[in-house]
Design a protein around this ligand. Structure first.
Ligand SMILES: [Zn+2]
Length: 390
């Protein structure tokens, strides 16, 4: 078995929403540079993706939407389908750049399905808000959904998708809401307080897919211990019951305390712990198969590069110690490009991520979410929502 696959090509920087848009591709560039300078990518062959074809995009998206995306840069305004808005501005080469993002996650999925690797990571992926016929939340095509759909046709019939972005993974949930073969789990800031306003505990799937959508809406300002308490109270039990053949994870890092778009209060240390936990869960419940993609994350210099370097390192089993100093080459390059930026010293925010497991006598703010989510879905999986052993 080859070492895990890392998908990357600088052409992925072409997914650029332009101007002052928060979804700035520099976050990917700084991540790859940091991972490289820390030696995380030493000897790793980066897999170069090609754009997904229409036959793959049409798994999830409507033909008229593909046509609109292609034509949008020529038409420029009033194209509909969520395009040409502040969130989803039209840009030159939009179809091509968006199809390349899908192709990059598909390549990662293919490597795992072919048995060449057990794990793959693609930080350029994770566009989880894109819907069948419209762009949404900076996302044009939904690479997560296309890859899951492709996997369903290539030997997989039990796929678990876990979304740790601060926003609800609404596009992926919608694509598989009635499909019992795909378990979608999203932990996010409560929909009362954050776009897109969905992701309530009561959203649990429909028809044959009843129980296969799981949502954990967390109160604003939840910190690492609370987040991890909620995750561990919900996700491992469901994976044990669902018995996935692969774990697909969207690893958005906009849950960080310094993220400008949202209000959870996680740290880089919390993110590092999440990735190690996801790796353990893939090993324990999914035959070791783990496909990790990126997602949101808008603190471009201080957060995204460090957190996703930890993600890549975790996938590669090359874990980076939190106290590791940022390499001078990276610091110099960032200082030249952004002289005003306050650059962190090390790969840590000096946070303790120790958490108390749910079921103790403590009464934590996240326990409402834990209780509601467990009561909404655990009985549908034969689990007792009120028994901490389940
Ligand atoms: Zn997000």
């Amino acid at each position: 078995m080859a070492s895990p696959a890392v998908v990357w090509d600088s052409a992925l920087l072409g997914y650029d929403l332009g101007g002052e848009h928060p979804f700035n591709p520099v976050r990917l560039e700084l991540t790859v540079r940091l991972a490289t300078e820390l030696g995380v990518l030493d000897g790793v062959e980066l897999l170069v993706p090609s754009a997904a074809g229409d036959e793959e995009l049409l798994r999830i998206h409507a033909p008229e939407y593909l046509a609109a995306v292609r034509e949008a840069p020529l038409v420029g305004w009033d194209v509909g389908h969520g395009l040409g808005t502040t969130d989803n501005p039209v840009f030159s080469g939009m179809h091509e750049a968006s199809a390349l993002v899908v192709g990059s996650t598909l390549l990662a999925a293919r490597k795992i399905a072919d048995g060449e690797v057990k794990r793959a990571v693609n930080i350029a992926g994770g566009l989880h808000h894109a819907m069948r016929d419209h762009a949404s939340g900076f996302c044009v095509y939904n690479d997560c959904s296309v890859a899951i759909s492709w996997l369903l046709d290539h030997g997989f019939d039990r796929i678990a998708y876990v979304d740790t972005d601060v926003h609800h993974g609404d596009g992926v949930q919608a694509a598989f809401y009635d499909d019992p073969r795909v378990l979608t789990v999203s932990l996010h800031q409560h929909p009362f307080t954050l776009w897109p306003g969905t992701g309530y505990s009561a959203e649990t799937g429909k028809d044959k897919g009843a129980g296969t959508a799981v949502n954990v809406p967390l109160p604003p300002h939840t910190r690492d211990p609370g987040w991890l308490r909620a995750f561990n109270a919900v996700v491992p039990s469901l994976l044990a019951e669902f018995e996935p053949q692969i774990l697909v994870t969207q690893c958005g890092v906009d849950s960080h305390e310094e993220d400008p778009l949202a209000d959870l209060s996680l740290s880089v240390d919390g993110h590092r712990t999440i990735y190690a936990t996801l790796r353990d869960l893939a090993e324990t419940y999914a035959g070791g198969r783990w496909l990790a993609v990126g997602g949101g994350g808008y603190q471009l210099i201080r957060v995204v590069p460090r957190s996703w370097t930890h993600l890549i390192a975790t996938v590669l089993d090359r874990d980076v110690a939190p106290e590791t100093l940022l390499p001078p080459g990276w610091v110099d390059a960032v200082t030249r490009a952004a002289p005003a930026a306050e650059i962190p010293r090390a790969m840590t925010d000096d946070r303790d991520t120790t958490f108390k497991p749910w079921g103790d006598d403590a009464d934590e703010p996240v326990d409402i979410a834990i209780r509601d989510t467990r009561r909404a879905v655990f009985p549908l999986h034969g689990l007792d929502p009120d028994d901490p052993r389940d």
